[in-house]
Design a protein around this ligand. Structure first.
Ligand SMILES: Nc1ncnc2c1ncn2[C@@H]1O[C@H](COP(=O)(O)OP(=O)(O)O)[C@@H](O)[C@H]1O
Ligand SMILES: [Mg+2]
Length: 308
């Protein structure tokens, strides 16, 4: 994996009573945009809270910038920002007042112009700067939370499910903003989500976890292209001769006939698309329809679990 490592978990275990939230978790946080992906209860929030020294691991080592997340949490908090899953604001304050207060608590010396610059950067409507947060929409609260996470010029910002309460348009906008911040300011991010396809476009490193364990980690190519297959449903007439020919193709992992349709798992989509028309004409068959069954988070998980 080509990745400039800025954080690493080695066999990190965290128990809450009888619940094992993190179970020997290994992961690397890379320079760039990291996606921490897993279903609800996987341990994403626990992992993030642990990074900031809010909880102490029972075993293992968790480091950011080469510093220990528990012992050196004070220094880590001055170099990293975070947007927690449950946004808590002082609803009676205005956006700008909230930011001023948090800057003070963080010991960040952002002057007023810089705070306004931050709000402009996250594209919060300027008319809202001096309005009470209580009247903000979900999208506006998320933007304010992002501005708060950016206080003190952090090198790395953690965003715990930053888009979970947003509509698709606002989701896309927040992700676009994160990409811009990464490109223009060189800030690295770790975004947690239970929706993998959403992060596909923006992340250069994916950390897939479930039940407190790492399932797999790497770039998107390593998630889908190499190891996993893409499923297609092909309607052809007659179906049997095409199936016979397709079976011998190297791009095919698996093939079956269901309701007179071919269900194929394809290893190499490009090659499959090249070969299919040739084989159909060889078999004197005619093609009705080819449908791709999208490879989704569940498919990746099933595969990863199977491999584990
Ligand atoms: N403070 C806590 N006390 C007890 N159990 C907890 C606590 N925090 C998390 N857990 C449990 O740890 C597991 C992982 O939770 P969490 O990290 O919130 O997962 P995720 O963010 O991926 O949804 C869950 O089973 C959750 O119930
Ligand atoms: Mg969570």
């Amino acid at each position: 994996m080509s990745c400039k490592v800025i954080g690493e978990f080695k066999s990190v275990t965290k128990r809450f009573g009888a619940t094992v939230a993190l179970d020997g978790l290994n992961l690397k946080i890379c320079h760039g945009i990291n996606g921490l992906v897993g279903p609800n209860g996987a341990g994403k929030t626990t992992a993030i809270r642990l990074c900031f020294g809010l909880i102490k691991p029972n075993a293992g080592s968790a480091k950011l910038f080469g510093l220990d997340c528990w012992r050196d949490s004070y220094t880590i908090r001055s170099r990293a920002g975070v947007l927690y899953e449950k946004l808590a604001f002082y609803d009676n304050l205005s956006g700008l007042e909230q930011l001023k207060l948090m800057a003070k608590l963080k010991g960040a010396s952002n002057p007023l112009v810089e705070l306004k610059e931050l709000l402009r950067l996250v594209e919060l409507d300027e008319a809202a700067y001096d309005r009470r947060i209580r009247g903000y929409s979900a999208g506006m609260r998320q933007r304010l939370g992002l501005a708060q996470a950016l206080l003190g010029n952090p090198e790395l910002v953690f965003l715990d499910e930053p888009t979970s309460n947003l509509d698709p348009l606002n989701r896309a906008k927040i992700l676009e903003l994160i990409t811009i911040l990464n490109k223009e300011k060189g800030i690295s991010f770790l975004i947690s989500s239970h929706i993998l396809p959403e992060l596909e476009r923006v992340c250069n490193n994916f950390i897939l976890m479930d039940k407190g364990k790492l399932l797999r980690q790497g770039a998107i190519g390593q998630m889908f292209d190499k190891d996993s297959t893409t499923k297609f449903i092909v309607k052809v007439h007659p179906v049997k001769p095409v199936a016979t020919l397709l079976k011998n193709e190297v791009c095919i992992e698996n093939l079956s006939i269901v309701d007179d349709c071919l269900h194929v798992s394809v290893r190499n989509v490009g090659l499959f698309k090249q070969r299919l028309p040739l084989l159909i004409s060889q078999a004197n068959a005619s093609l009705d329809e080819v449908k791709m069954v999208e490879s989704d988070l569940e498919a990746v998980f099933k595969l990863a679990v199977k491999e584990a």
